[in-house]
Design a protein around this ligand. Sequence first.
Ligand SMILES: [Zn+2]
Length: 138
Amino acid sequence: MKVKIKKDAKQAYLNSLGRFNPINWDFAKQMDQISGMLIEVDINYLFNNQINTVPVPGISENGFRLFDYVIEEVIDEVRHLYKRCGYCGKKSEKPTEFCIHCNKSEYLEDLTPWYMRKYPEREYNNHGKRLERGTYKN
Ligand SMILES: [Zn+2]
């Protein structure tokens, strides 16, 4: 799974901030540096409203935690295939009613991202189809 970062990611970050939120200028600079890049997602840690990337050489040794506002496209989406355990944080492949790691069934959260929930009639797959995510924005 990869994400294409918006060309104006720095501005998208700044626009995302509320009026009274402080600006993290180091992060803003990094968003400028990764603008337009195609970055691999760390699928060991999945969330339905954000993504973690693998390290980006020369820019971030730890990778980034990114929200939708800087993402232009998602390629090879995999989140809809999993549920995340709110107890141990690990993912289990669907269909399952139990976390395969800790067996605490009551804490499973479907990881299907918002655009797949909003447009369930559209055809998505995880075999190389490019999802034009930006077009789903209001
Ligand atoms: Zn678990």
